[in-house]
Ligand binder design. Structure first.
Ligand code: KG4
Ligand code: ZN
Length: 365
């Protein structure tokens, strides 16, 4: 049995500066002692997307205050820690560098071990932090920057069953919101509009659903919404409120159906391995969507798998997942030193073929 470990986690790979303290008594449930997230939406609001240079500067300004707040909320001092974990990739290079440099200084100054963590591993290992589940399990990471099915076999062993070949679903929600004049982030805005809409009025495609495998595509769906919007506007002399609601409902239904269809395939592949207690988990901002969540839950139930969705603050970007992934890596004997470098691209499954488009932008993870 290993000793109790208390780690500070640092996250700055996109537009959230975050710090958290997690304690783990080996053999017991982990405890999140604090989790501080400072967003940057005001910094980027005028630009319609994250501006990398502004994001990096904002991280530099906020990192020390976030870390101080996380330690303060946990009632701990630096010397009470057993290690510092930091997101070293994938993500925006400026933000990653800010976090890695900050963590290096902190760890070196306090004489603590330093662990570089893959941001996607942080998301993928979250169900172990929240629910203490064992390996292996299936997870769908679905957010503004990523969309992939992974079998999580160990803290450093992942098999990618498939992923998006172009946009991530959250990105598609955000673009559709822009097309329809709705505010950002688009997901919650589209979901709210969809509540008053008829999902059957506009026929939208179900990209790649007819093809084998677990790969997904969302950019054609967004283009189909654009076309349907223009047709409706031309017919009615402008886009009416009901048109917008119906388009949102149709788009949301298409995303949910595609994700659930591919989830059924991923579940079948995973269950063929005969896991003892099959779990299908989901993480990422899009998991907040009610229609998506219930479609995925239904897919899990039909396959006889337990469905797990971490609480929303732990589904979206946070540093508790980074502290936890750091503890997991540390228990495997992994430690970094001052040579740790930031990696804008860092696939979890290095044996899987490179994503054609999904990871290309590398901006939001
Ligand atoms: O995981 P996350 O907070 O950040 C990263 O992408 O890293 O996910 C944010 C994404 C955004 O694209 C947002 O529009 C989407 O998740 N999202 C939603 C909902 N809430 C957030 N998409 C659909 N429905 C929602 N309710
Ligand atoms: Zn993320």
């Amino acid at each position: 049995m290993g000793k109790t470990l208390t780690f500070l986690g640092i996250e700055s790979s996109c537009d959230d500066t975050a710090a958290a303290v997690v304690r783990h008594d080996d053999g017991r449930a982990a405890a999140i002692l604090s989790s501080v997230v400072a967003g940057q939406s005001a910094v980027h609001a005028a630009f319609g997307g994250v501006v990398p240079e502004l994001a990096a500067r904002a991280h530099v300004e906020k990192l020390d205050r976030c870390a101080e707040a996380a330690l303060g909320e946990a009632g701990l001092r630096l010397e009470d820690l057993d290690g510092v974990a930091v997101t070293a990739g994938p993500g925006l290079i400026g933000g990653l560098l800010a976090g890695v440099m900050f963590a290096k200084g902190l760890a070196a100054g306090a004489g603590l071990p330093l662990i570089g963590v893959n941001h996607l591993a942080g998301h993928a290992l979250t169900p172990r932090l929240t629910d203490g589940i064992g390996f292996p399990y299936l997870i769908l990471l679905v957010s503004g920057g990523h969309c992939q099915f992974l079998v999580v076999r160990g803290a450093e062993r992942f098999t990618r069953l498939g992923g998006t070949i172009d946009d991530a679903p959250g990105e598609a929600f955000d673009k559709v919101a822009r097309l329809l004049g709705l505010p950002q982030p688009g997901g919650p805005a589209v979901e709210a509009e969809a509540a008053a809409g008829d999902p059957a009025r506009f026929a939208l495609p179900r990209p790649l659903l007819d093809r084998p495998g677990c790969d997904l595509s969302f950019s054609g769906l967004k283009t189909a919404v654009l076309r349907a919007r223009d047709e409706a506007a031309a017919r009615d002399g402008g886009l009416r409120r009901q048109d917008r609601a119906d388009l949102c409902a149709a788009f949301q239904a298409a995303v949910a159906e595609v994700l659930a269809g591919k989830a059924r395939r991923a579940l079948a592949a995973f269950l063929a391995e005969r896991p003892a207690e099959p779990v299908f988990a989901v993480a990422g901002g899009v998991a907040a969507n009610g229609a998506v969540r219930s479609a995925l839950q239904a897919a899990a139930a039909a396959a006889g798998a337990r469905f797990l969705a971490p609480p929303l603050p732990l589904c979206t970007d946070n540093a508790a997942m980074i502290a936890w992934a750091g503890i997991e890596r540390f228990r495997l004997g992994h430690a970094d030193d001052l040579a740790l470098s930031a990696r804008p691209r860092w696939p979890l499954d290095t044996a899987a073929p490179a994503l054609v488009g999904g990871g290309r932008k590398g901006a939001r993870a």
